[in-house]
Design a protein around this ligand. Structure first.
Ligand code: B1M
Length: 211
């Protein structure tokens, strides 16, 4: 019997010893890696995402949960690759050109990764052309752009225009976020959605990929 409740709890409280030891124990008992991923690691991070969204967990706690979850992921990942396990989808994410704020974007990436998506983080100060190249190269399901400055938010529109020019816009859903962004701005530049915070970003991605 796998101690999934204990594993989820260890992720929530950020117990860096218990997470890998419980994952290893489950693997030693012959539990499938995808089972551990879905019912333990992802399930734990989903609770973290919900609590963060509800204001019941704070930023440093989320970062800690994400880092201990990674310790568990490191153990199951090689086995997932062998079993041909596919994630829920691929997300390319980055902070737009001229902007080096990345704390919020990283949390969005961690929560998406933690809930089963393959996340490719392009970093900060990402030019429109680099976003376009990444879409062409990785063929992601979703492109996520973050901006924290009112002076850099127009770059999101520039990127979408470039994707249109290159015939890539229709191949990918686009979500945006960051403190100065709102729904109205997202609609005005033709993004598929806006998320106020990281938990909502996960819900938005799920919704966009479901329909
Ligand atoms: Co800067 N900064 N900063 N800064 N900074 C702000 C954004 C600012 C509001 C501070 C202020 O003046 N009150 C202001 C912007 C004003 C404006 O544009 N109207 C500002 C400024 C002016 C600047 C500089 C220009 C300062 C200067 O040098 N004169 C400079 C710009 C540098 C540049 O980017 N070119 C600058 C620099 C920096 C630091 C390097 C010192 C540092 C960044 C460190 C880093 O990120 N590695 C920094 C910081 C830390 C901040 C504040 C204090 C905090 C930002 C943050 O990390 N918040 C910020 C003030 C503030 O927001 N209170 C400020 C915590 C984080 C968890 O929240 O990033 O909002 P947030 O992310 C949330 C949501 O927005 C959302 O989910 C996240 C998690 O819930 N979200 C997404 C974010 N991205 C998303 C993407 C999605 C979906 C949701 O989909 C893809």
């Amino acid at each position: 019997m796998v101690a999934y409740d204990a594993l989820k709890e260890a992720i929530i409280i950020g117990d860096e010893e218990k997470v890998p030891s419980l994952v290893q124990k489950a693997l030693d008992e012959g539990v499938d890696a995808p089972d551990i991923l879905n019912n333990g690691l992802i399930a734990g991070m989903e609770i973290v995402g919900r609590r963060f969204k509800a204001g019941e967990m704070f930023l440093p706690e989320v970062l800690f949960s994400a880092s201990v979850m990674h310790k568990g992921l490191d153990l199951v990942n090689p086995l997932l690759a062998k079993s041909g396990h596919k994630g829920l989808g691929t997300i390319v994410i980055g902070t737009v050109e001229g902007d080096i704020h990345d704390i919020g974007k990283k949390i969005v990436g961690f929560l998406l990764e933690g809930t089963g998506y393959n996340v490719i983080d392009l970093g900060v100060d990402v030019k429109a052309d680099s976003f376009a190249q990444a879409v062409a190269k990785h063929n992601p399901d979703v492109l996520g752009m973050s901006a924290l400055l009112t002076t850099t938010m127009p770059r999101m529109g520039t990127t979408i225009e470039l994707l249109k020019e290159k015939g890539l816009r229709e191949k990918v859903k686009i979500i945006i976020g960051g403190a100065p962004i709102n729904d109205q701005f997202a609609s005005s530049i033709g993004a598929d959605g806006y998320a106020l915070e990281a938990g909502s970003a996960v819900d938005l991605v799920k919704k966009l990929l479901a329909g």
